[in-house]
Design a protein around this ligand. Structure first.
Ligand code: PRX
Length: 633
């Protein structure tokens, strides 16, 4: 726990005011809470036009000394991670801070023994097991940059990420179960590595007893390597601005962007926000159900909680296995006090019989959290009434892979919550709403709606897109002058509370996962029968949004169920199952502007069942709209 906890609404207002009046002093005070090898000499330097942001310049540290070593003396025997397996009949694992420290040091030496040095990139493609946490922290220990790829992604998605970052080593597991479904992770990695010349070593954790095909000279078992490695591994001294990790996120165009986060700023931001949003007591048990393959898992399963010295739960399975009561069974079993999940999970569980909830004792819960997409009224109330029993504040946390840490959220029990509102910015976060002309909407405007931007740097912001600084500039800093553009729309009420209304670009949030439509269209277009396609989102009562693909076929091909399956397979192979469209409509043409741009606005309306398309006469091919609408699914 940090010593910069906000304990009342008046303290929140004071902290917020100070953070705007003197941001450097505000963040200095927070950064001083951590162990630094050498103190920084400049808190912040920045230039939005380059864009370049540096926090705690000259400061030297290693984040793992803050995550692990600093807790050893007082809290070495405290549980750092409770691991809950996919199969409830398997034993949970409890790992103390001391044990985690020892394993991280040993695996850090495994990395070194395999030629990994400070600055090298390491890809991690693993299930939700403690070894994933150990591998990521071991990278941080020696200054290697981890690039974690969600273990639901396909081999070509892994390959493109490995190649983009030129990773030298990959860590994976052999076989893993998600519910009843076995997934051969090592096989998927083998397929990827056919196209990854930069990879020299593949370390395989044996999660299942199944025989595993190993490639001589390249593949090594985790256990064998650990047995050979030294136990002692002093932490590498890092510059505050050295990269800590790369995490890929979808963009509205082109390939995924490798967002680069740094050692110093990310540490300060993830810990400060965790501490204040969740307001945990020392013996509380925290569980975030995200996967570490996403930013939520990075910041709020591993770094934030462990930096604050609390106990964090890691769950390998899925909410529906062995039945829809699994989450609540785990809450009861582990006496979870703080529970953080996504609206899509809440909606899917709310659809099930209440018996799944009612047969479990949820009285340990104190705080509930939501992340990843807007939470609708029904889901909010179900969560509040049946899970929180009306006693647990719901922190609806708005943030992004790019922001590294929570930006807008209630502070549990300290500031007010309101259904569907992420409410107020955290201290240090200066928001603006922009109108269509790119001007800031006055804060005195009672009810404002616009595009959400951030007008002052914050420590945990991503510093660049790996290998493509120009793209960083264009995506985030070119829409508005001297501000970061979030890509989201938002509404602000008279009290200054924010509600996020959703993306304003061609990114669709499906089940809380950020998916760019362009790469999905590219995958569909790979099919020999496809001339062109357009993918849009449409509202879905469980996933929030689902994907609707409009596909034009070459004349010699007839629409068929088989073709639909093949097109979905293309997407599965190129990106992963999460990106498969729910609906595929074969069309004769796509509505286009005279300059040839697809009018997605119209396609989105058709997919949502709306019929008021506005003026379509300026289109190149207005007649196509009726045709698509008449055949809509
Ligand atoms: O549209 C917003 C939505 O998720 C986007 C960021 O996605 P990603 O980088 O994958 O990170 C997700 C986890 C932080 C945002 O641009 N989003 C995230 N949280 C919320 C949200 N929309 C509404 N309310 C939220 N609480």
């Amino acid at each position: 726990m940090l010593d910069v906890r906000i304990n009342s609404f008046s303290e929140y207002k004071k902290a917020y005011r100070e953070s705007v009046e003197n941001p450097e002093a505000f963040w200095d005070n927070i950064a001083e809470q951590f162990v630094w090898r050498k103190k920084w000499n400049k808190t912040l330097s920045y230039d939005f036009s380059k864009p370049e942001f540096k926090w705690f310049e000259g400061g030297q540290l290693n984040i793992t000394e803050n995550v692990l070593d600093r807790h050893l003396e007082k809290d070495g025997n405290k549980t750092a991670i409770i691991w809950e397996p996919n199969n409830p009949l398997e034993e949970s694992r409890i790992i103390t801070y001391r044990q985690l420290h020892a394993k991280v040091c040993r695996f850090a030496n495994v990395l070194k023994n395999n030629g990994i040095k400070k600055g090298d990139r390491v890809c991690i493609y693993m299930p939700m097991i403690p070894e994933l946490a150990i591998a990521m922290l071991a990278c941080a220990r020696i200054g290697a940059v981890h690039s974690i790829v969600f273990a639901g992604f396909s081999s070509s998605a892994i390959a493109s990420r490995i190649n983009d970052a030129q990773c030298k080593l990959v860590v994976t597991a052999n076989e893993v179960y998600r519910g009843e479904k076995p997934i051969n992770l090592k096989g998927i990695v083998d397929e990827a590595l056919k196209d990854c010349p930069s990879i020299q070593t593949c370390i395989v954790y044996r999660r299942a007893l199944e025989p595993t095909l190993m490639v001589g000279g390249r593949d090594k078992f985790w256990m064998d390597e650990m047995a050979k490695a030294n136990a002692d591994c002093p932490a590498e001294q890092m510059d505050a601005e050295d990269p800590l990790f790369i995490l890929y996120t979808s963009g509205s165009t082109g390939k995924p962007k490798g967002m680069v986060h740094t050692c110093g700023g990310y540490m300060v931001g993830s810990a400060y926000t965790f501490d204040n949003v969740f307001q945990m007591d020392a013996n509380d048990i925290y569980w975030c159900t995200a996967d570490i393959g996403w930013i939520t898992g990075h910041s709020y399963i591993i770094y934030g909680p462990l930096l604050c010295g609390v106990t964090t739960v890691m769950f390998e399975g899925i909410p529906s296995y062995p039945d829809f009561g699994r989450f609540w069974e785990i809450v009861e079993k582990l006496k979870v006090t703080h529970f953080y999940t996504a609206p899509t999970a809440i909606r899917s569980l709310a659809k099930q019989s209440l018996e799944f909830v009612e047969k479990h004792d949820l009285s340990s819960l104190k705080v509930l959290g939501s992340v990843g997409e807007p939470i609708n009224q029904e889901a909010w109330h179900w969560y509040n009434d049946y899970i929180g029993k009306g006693n647990c504040p719901i922190v609806d946390t708005w943030w992004q892979t790019e922001t590294g840490a929570i930006m807008i959220s209630p502070l549990a029990g300290i500031t007010s919550t309101r259904p569907t509102f992420a409410t107020l910015p955290l201290p240090g976060i200066q928001l603006m709403l922009m109108d269509e002309n790119g001007n800031e909407i006055e804060t005195s405007t009672e009810k404002a709606e616009g595009r959400l931007a951030i007008k002052f740097p914050w420590p945990s912001m991503a510093r660049t897109v790996y290998g493509d600084h120009q793209r960083y500039k264009e995506t985030y800093f070119s829409t508005f002058e001297n501000a970061y553009f979030t890509g989201d729309g938002a509404y602000r009420d008279a009290m200054g509370y924010y509600r996020i209304t959703g993306r304003v670009d061609d990114v669709v949030i499906v089940s809380g996962h950020n998916l760019g439509t362009a790469p999905i269209e590219n995958a569909i277009n790979e099919h020999d029968a496809v001339v062109e396609s357009a993918v849009v989102g449409f509202p879905h009562d469980i996933k929030g949004n689902a994907l609707y693909a409009y596909v034009i076929l070459y004349d010699e091909f007839e629409p068929s169920e088989q073709l639909i399956k093949e097109i979905k397979d293309e997407v599965d192979q190129s990106i992963g199952a999460i990106a498969k469209p729910d609906k595929i409509q074969f069309v004769k043409g796509l509505p286009k502007t005279r300059s040839g741009k697809i009018m997605r606005r119209i396609l989105r309306k058709i997919a949502s069942g709306e019929s008021d398309f506005g003026d379509t006469s300026t289109l190149l091919n207005p007649e196509i709209v009726e045709d698509i609408k008449n055949n809509a699914l």
